[in-house]
Every structure is written in C-alpha cells, then in structure tokens.
Write a protein that binds this ligand. Structure first.
Ligand code: KG4
Ligand code: ZN
Length: 360
C-alpha cells in the first residue's frame, strides 16, 4: 500500500494516548519532544544556537540552517531515549512548517517527512504561533478556548480571539516591529548581547522606569493595533543625543523606561480586546511571555477586569518542541494530517486557520 494510504488509515485509528514526536527548527533552536497526550510531555531535547549567533549580534540564517542539519539527528535521538522508547514506538510526527527562516524550517520539515515515510506514520505541519498558544495548555491542564491571547514573540505581536485549537480571529497587531524585535533592537543600541530581550529585562531591574517618558501617539487611542517603532526610535535618539553631547545617560534607566512603555501598550491593548470580546480569560504566549514585568502587569490588569490570566511555565515560553507537539496532537486527533508534499513557508501572512493538505 502506498505511504499516503497507510498514513491515512493510521490517522483514523489514532486514539488519545498515542505517542507523538514533535520537531521545531524555525529559528535558532533545534528541538524535539515526545508527548503521550496533548498535555503530557514525556521528554524534551534542545540544541540552542545562541552562542553561535551571539558573535554576530543576531540570527545569521545560513548558520542557523547548517547548525540544524548538524544537530537534528542527535536532538531527536535524545528526545526518544529520554522518553524511554524506541523510534518504532512513535505513532505520528508533528513539525513546525510555518512561519520562520525558510532554510531552518526546511531542515525540520525534510527530517520529519523522511522519518514519517520510513516509519509509515502520519505527519502534520504546525503553525509556530499555534504552538506558542498551545504552550499554555501544557502549563494549565484546565485551560480551554475561547480566550483572548496576546502572542508576543521575536517575529509577531498579535492579539487573537482563540475560538478553538484550530480557529482564531485577529483582533489587533503591531503595525511595525514585534515586541521581541523591539526589545532586541533597543538592547543592541544599549550595547547588550543577543538575545536582547532577557538582557534588557535584567538591566531594566537596575533602572528607574519613570526616568524617561516614552510614549507613542498611535498607542493612545481605542484602536486595538499598536506600534513599537516610535518607542524604539525615541530610545535611539536619546542615546545618540547624549553621545553627541558627551553626556552620560543611564542605560538602565533607558531600559526600564522602554520596558515600561512596551508593557503598558501591551496591557492596554489586551484589556481593550478583553472588553471588546466580552471574554473573561486572558492568555499570554510567545518568547516575550518570559518577561516578568509583562507577566505581572497583565496578571494585575486581568484581576482588575475580573478576568483569569494564564501564561506558560518558563520552560515553555521561548521556542521549544513540546508546544509544537501539543498543537500537533490536537490537530491529529481532530483528523488533520499533511501529505509528503508538506513544505516550509517563511511568511504565513496573517495568522490563519490550519490549511491541511489531506491525503488518502
Ligand atoms: O518565541 P521566541 O522564542 O522566538 C520567536 O518565535 O520569535 O521569541 C524570541 C523573542 C526574542 O525577541 C527575545 O528577545 C524575546 O523573545 N524575549 C524576551 C524575553 N525573553 C525572550 N523579551 C523580553 N523579556 C524577556 N525576558
Ligand atoms: Zn517562537
């Protein structure tokens, strides 16, 4: 029987409790995980490329792809061994196929397709942002849609209404830089190492958040969209002007004031979306969810609005394969799979529904 027919038959026989291998390689982390239900992670393995990219102050796409090629085999093997299984116990594979660095995505997608074909098991492509949202299902076993979700990562800053694991409505988004991107760019100006977000947060702890009043006119109104490029440019200008005049300016104060402005914007826009939808659950996702100032401010604001607040455990905030596994598990149980023509997609456009490419 051809592979697609076998995979389709196996998809139909999958029952909760099956063993899933998930793979994430969309940016600078090669990661794999084993799950035995949508909310239970048996093992995780990761190879981070941060030391490589640190030398260049940001991710170098070609180096990222090469490193994924070199590491993916051992990372997958490690996840399988840690879970106490062999590759023949795996019932299905989920892999991030969009959005991300195309060369990096293709490594994970090709590896997953080869393994799915070799083992005669179904395969599903997962949207990286769905994965970030799903990280919350791993940390909060009781969490179910509908809810409002702020996804703040290095490439995206969206506020979504999550209706179910496969259906979302975009409520608001950044008109320019993503939150993580703005953190990274400002960190660079302040001379901090890559990745800038965590370094900027650490420096901000030593500064005065009220030292500089940074705000963007665009973020003031009742529009759920927002912008970070004005805040970023304001920091750059303050720093350059001080340099030109040979004046000392506190990088810690700049970091703290910038972080305060970003957090305030994300909190206000998230609250606006909660009010507009009438929902009573707010969820935070994406790499920037590791930021304690943002977590605390959103938790406080949600409490005032009598809404419940959820954010992932730290280990699931930044890129990992467990979150991709959680999203993929739900897709497979819902009867979605992709054929071996699954491809990597660098820009998936606006966040959208899973477009499955069902075979069989
Ligand atoms: O989700 P993620 O790991 O990768 C993408 O999908 O982009 O997010 C990475 C982004 C980077 O911009 C990083 O600087 C930011 O998340 N980030 C943070 C923190 N930890 C990671 N930003 C602010 N504070 C943090 N603690
Ligand atoms: Zn991510």
């Amino acid at each position: 029987m051809p592979y697609e027919d076998i995979a389709q038959k196996k998809l139909q026989s999958l029952k909760d409790g099956f063993i899933l291998l998930s793979i994430e390689s969309s940016c600078d982390e090669t990661a794999a995980a084993i799950l035995d239900s949508s909310r239970n992670v048996r093992s995780m393995a990761v190879h981070t490329q941060i030391p490589t990219h640190k030398l260049y102050g940001g991710v170098v796409p070609e180096l990222a792809s090469r490193s994924h090629v070199e590491r993916i085999g051992e990372v997958v093997r490690e996840a399988i061994e840690k879970a106490g299984i062999t590759r023949f116990d795996i019932d299905a594979i989920a892999v991030t196929n969009r959005p991300g660095l195309i060369g990096a995505l293709l490594v994970g997608v090709s590896y997953a397709k080869g393994l799915a074909y070799g083992l005669n098991i179904p395969l599903v492509g997962v949207d990286h942002l769905s994965g970030h949202i799903a990280a919350n299902y791993l940390s909060h076993k009781e969490l179910e849609p509908p809810f409002v979700c702020l996804v703040a990562s290095g490439g995206h800053s969206h506020i979504l209404k999550v209706e179910d694991c496969n259906r979302t409505v975009l409520l608001g988004h950044t008109r320019d830089d993503a939150a993580g991107e703005a953190f990274d760019k400002v960190a660079r100006v302040l001379g901090l190492p890559y990745p800038g977000g965590p370094a900027l947060e650490a420096l901000a702890r030593e500064g005065n958040p009220d030292a500089f009043s940074l705000h963007s006119e665009f973020n003031e109104g009742d529009n759920p969209d927002f912008s970070f490029s004005g805040l970023k440019t304001a920091v750059i200008n303050l720093k350059h002007k001080a340099n030109l005049k040979n004046e000392l300016i506190s990088s810690a104060d700049l970091a703290a004031s910038f972080q305060k402005a970003v957090v305030k914007t994300l909190v206000n826009k998230s609250m606006l979306c909660l009010e507009q939808t009438g929902l009573d659950k707010l969820v935070l996702a994406g790499g920037v969810s590791a930021n304690m100032a943002l977590r605390e401010a959103l938790a406080n604001a949600a409490r005032k609005h009598k809404a419940e607040f959820f954010c992932p455990e730290m280990k699931y905030c930044t890129d990992n394969a467990a979150m991709i596994g959680c999203a993929g598990y739900r897709l497979l149980l819902d009867g979605f799979r992709d054929t071996l023509s699954l491809d990597g997609i660098a820009n998936f456009g606006e966040y959208s529904e899973h477009k499955q490419n069902q075979g069989g």
